[in-house]
Design a protein around this ligand. Structure first.
Ligand SMILES: Nc1nc2c(c(=O)[nH]1)N[C@H]1C(S)=C(S)[C@@H](COP(=O)(O)OP(=O)(O)OC[C@H]3O[C@@H](n4cnc5c(=O)[nH]c(N)nc54)[C@H](O)[C@@H]3O)O[C@H]1N2
Ligand SMILES: Nc1nc2c(c(=O)[nH]1)N[C@H]1C(S)=C(S)[C@@H](COP(=O)(O)OP(=O)(O)OC[C@H]3O[C@@H](n4cnc5c(=O)[nH]c(N)nc54)[C@H](O)[C@@H]3O)O[C@H]1N2
Ligand code: SF4
Ligand SMILES: [Mo]
Length: 754
């Protein structure tokens, strides 16, 4: 503080301010921030140079923490629908309304008649990780939906089928690799995803500086592509074919070297056979990439001392999402770079189970049940987000009667939000846990707003399984909760209490203590657990007193791979130890741990899972498809985050706009100048045009998360520059069949002058 304003009483603002550390929850990079706080308000945020993981990195969103935290449009009290209007209510009134409304549906139709949609921020909160599952379990519903089927579900399926563990993320070791191929990701803007990397841009620059090579495969010349040694621009949706041609080349040119993996992999011959008819020449026309370019990708990956392919949204939310996501790991295996420094590695989360002796597992299955209307298979206990509307609106036995949305805005983020919005109007009861009155929550009967991030504790339960360096960090709330205001764990606990039949006003600590008792009973009974044979009651006594979520975190950390195992390893991790090291603890670079990970029936990497191999037939028939017409892809912006950050003055305006990007030559041929009409399988839109030669010809791009012009929404700044909802072009019928994930990239569209 160099120029603190002088207050009326003569003291400077600096005297009132203090700083607090807070891990940023706004993207997967998990940067440590230093917040400057004045009378309970966050007035500044900067990167924490001492943070063991992020070392001072911050992006525009993190720097806008204060604006986001203090947004005047954030709800500070619950809203309850009375006579058709959403009006403010006390917390007690709101919880009573939930008990009445949800209670009636559960009583009349059962918990399984309630659908739950969990959105992206759940991956960034303690509440999302530890309490949302309790609500779902309390309902006993099989109608669970989430942003995963608009995002990474193909990766879960391919990991599950290949390694037996759908959560065993393979993360590129960017700090040590010699050669990185980024396919369908734009980490310079997204700051990384399913790879928790603070300062991804800096790490890519460092890679090049140490003589490494960066190749980007993306139909758009993104900021990441601009930084690369080489950029390949394929036709959208064709990555799986391109990667199969890379695999083909590895076999064809005798470049396959399993190295240390040799004894741990089965199915290599099947993969060779699958790739047989995907010679570079066979896919070149379909992918729009010359055969030699594809061969070079394979040769370079094989030749580098270490190399890794990293794929994200562009390989995932596409027609062949699971096949493409699988092939990313297949290539890493075939070049000997899985589970090896500089390759694709498995992080070790501090809240994962302590390693058990290697043993074959039961493998990973999908389709244990199917959606009622379209018969979509369950995947990781979820149904496709694209199928939510039909489950709500189709009458009959098993129809969803109520909906709970938690940190999600599916009306903008999922295909055909207009239809979903209409369906939400028709349910008997809708509850939203969300800080904003937005396009989705405006349909709710009750909105329960969690406090802003400054008033919430933070631990990255979910993202601890994807960092490029193993670490543990904890932020207690930086600002006290106002009296009477529940935090999000408490909100969700009270809903669980309603579902347990105890009513909303029972002690929320009951929920946590029940989880703790059940978990410790199970652990102490497991002969391979570090607490095997101990008395659960004794372990409960050892947990630090505090809020329920803190006790649960303490339990998880203490039983985890770095834990103190409840005193058995006195130097091990506890929550108290994390609190005592506020800039975090670094557990070092990722280390090989494949045998700890594998839970396939064979106990090996099953490189050719039958259902994925089977889906390649669909890809084979796509190869002969014509390549005419325009295809639509999405894009992200540095100063934005999906649908919910368009309400901050600091992040809006400028180049952060909802425009249709198109190549100038395409625009000229079409006679498109300043505005275009875009027609997709599900609808039509008009958007301002932005000419750019960064896009491959025949490809247009429109970002998602816009369309803030609905009535009854309380996001004043966003409403001033609403943009259009790209997902209205999509009817949601096009899915990756193995994962139920919506096709959001590579949608056929027609473009004309507006
Ligand atoms: N066309 C197209 N569509 C896409 C994508 C794309 O690339 N193209 N991307 C997809 C992807 S990757 C994703 S992850 C999804 C995202 O889909 P969603 O998760 O459904 O949407 P978000 O826009 O992230 O909305 C997050 C919601 O959480 C609320 N929120 C923010 N913080 C908190 C909190 O701490 N607690 C609670 N309870 N609520 C909070 C916000 O107000 C907002 O309502 O969108 C998908 N949709
Ligand atoms: N600033 C910012 N950061 C974010 C978000 C945000 O909205 N804004 N969202 C967060 C979320 S929820 C997520 S999931 C991550 C996503 O993180 P990323 O996946 O890194 O981000 P995207 O911008 O979706 O990158 C996808 C890239 O794939 C390209 N692409 C599209 N179709 C294809 C294709 O068929 N093949 C190939 N090879 N490429 C294709 C697109 O041009 C785009 O550059 O970002 C997170 N971080
Ligand atoms: S990169 Fe992500 S985690 Fe880091 S400051 Fe920006 S939004 Fe926050
Ligand atoms: Mo996402």
């Amino acid at each position: 503080m160099t120029s603190a304003p002088v207050a009326a009483n003569g003291s400077t603002a600096a005297e009132h301010t203090h700083t607090a550390l807070r891990i940023c929850p706004f993207c997967e990079a998990t940067c440590g921030l230093v917040l400057t706080i004045d009378a309970g308000t966050v007035i500044a945020a900067r990167g924490d140079r001492d943070d063991v993981f992020s070392a001072g990195f911050v992006c525009p969103k993190g720097a806008s923490f204060g604006e986001l935290d203090g947004d005047p449009d954030r709800l500070t009290a619950p809203l309850v629908r009375r006579d058709g209007e959403l009006v403010e209510a006390t917390w007690d009134e709101a919880f009573q309304s939930v008990a009445d409304g949800l209670g009636a549906v559960v009583r009349d139709h059962g918990g399984p008649s309630v659908a739950v949609y969990a959105g992206n921020p759940n991956a960034h909160t303690i509440a999302g990780a530890l309490y949302v599952p309790l609500v779902i379990k309390g309902l006993g519903t099989r109608m669970t939906f989430s942003a995963s089927t608009l995002d990474q579900m193909p990766k879960h399926v391919s990991l599950g089928m290949t390694f037996g563990n759908p959560l065993a993320f393979t993360v590129p070791d960017v700090d040590r690799t010699d050669h990185l191929v980024v396919i369908g990701a734009n980490p310079l803007v997204s700051n990384g995803s399913l790879a928790t990397v603070a300062d991804f841009p800096g790490k890519l620059k460092a890679l090049r500086k140490r003589g490494g090579r960066l190749v980007v495969i993306d139909p758009a010349r993104t900021r990441t592509a601009d930084l690369a040694d080489h950029h390949i621009a394929p036709r959208p949706g064709t990555d799986a074919a391109l990667l199969l041609a890379v695999v083909h080349t590895l076999f064809d040119e005798d470049l396959v070297t399993l190295g240390a993996l040799a004894d741990h992999v089965v199915g290599v011959d099947e993969v060779r056979a699958v790739a047989d008819d995907f010679a570079p020449e066979a896919v070149a026309g379909y992918c729009g990439v010359p055969p030699d370019e594809i061969r070079t990708v394979a040769r370079e990956l094989a030749a580098a001392p270490s190399s890794v392919v990293y794929g994200r949204m562009g390989t995932s939310t596409v027609e062949f999402g699971t096949v493409g996501s699988w092939l990313v790991d297949v290539v890493n295996v075939l070049t000997g770079n899985l589970d090896s420094p500089g390759g694709a590695m498995f992080p070790q989360s501090p809240v994962s189970a302590a390693p058990r002796p290697p043993k074959p597992g039961r493998g990973f299955r999908t389709g244990r049940w199917h959606s009622r209307v379209s018969g979509h298979p369950e995947v990781l206990s979820e149904l496709p987000a694209s199928a939510l509307a039909e489950e709500l609106e189709t009458p009959g036995e098993g129809q969803a009667r109520a909906v709970i949305t938690i940190a999600g805005n599916p009306v903008l983020s999922a295909p055909d939000g207009d239809r979903l919005g209409h369906a939400l109007e028709g349910v008997d009861f809708m509850l939203s846990i969300d800080p904003y009155l937005n396009e989705t929550t405006r349909h709710a009967d009750v909105i329960l707003p969690p406090p802003p991030p400054s008033q919430s504790a933070h631990f990255d339960v979910a993202l601890s399984s994807t960092p490029v360096r193993n670490n543990a960090r904890y932020s207690p709330p930086a600002v006290d909760l106002p009296p009477g205001r529940p935090d999000e764990p408490e909100i969700l606990s009270r809903i669980a209490l309603i579902l347990y039949g105890l009513g909303p006003f029972a002690d929320p600590a009951l929920v946590d203590e029940q989880v703790i008792a059940a978990t410790l009973a199970k652990e102490t009974a497991d002969p391979d657990s570090p607490v095997a044979g101990r008395d659960p009651a004794e372990l409960v006594e050892l947990l630090a007193p505090g809020r329920g979520y803190e006790r649960r975190l303490d339990m998880m950390l203490r039983m985890g791979p770095y834990g103190d195992w409840f005193g058995a390893r006195p130097d091990g991790l506890t929550l108290q130890r994390l609190k005592d090291t506020p800039h975090g603890i670094d557990f070092g670079a990722l280390r090989p741990r494949l045998t700890e990970i594998l839970r396939t029936p064979s106990g090996k990497v099953e490189l050719a899972p039958p259902s994925i191999v089977e889906d390649v037939a669909r890809l084979r028939s796509a190869l002969t498809r014509g390549a005419d017409g325009f295809v639509l892809i999405g894009r992200r912006h540095l100063r934005s985050n999906n649908s919910w950050m368009h309400n901050l003055p600091a992040l809006s305006g400028g180049t952060n706009r909802c425009t249709l990007q198109i190549h100038p030559a395409d625009a000229a041929e079409l006679g498109v100048t300043d505005r275009a009409r875009i027609k997709g399988p599900g609808g039509e839109l008009e958007a301002p045009v932005e000419l750019t030669d960064a896009l491959r010809r025949g490809v247009v791009s429109l970002p998602h998360g816009w369309g803030h012009d609905a009535a009854g929404v309380r996001q004043t700044v966003a409403a001033g520059h609403p943009g259009v909802n790209v997902n209205q072009l999509n009817d949601g019928t096009s899915l990756d069949p193995l994962s139920g994930t919506a096709v959001l990239n590579g949608i056929p569209v027609q473009i004309s002058p507006a």
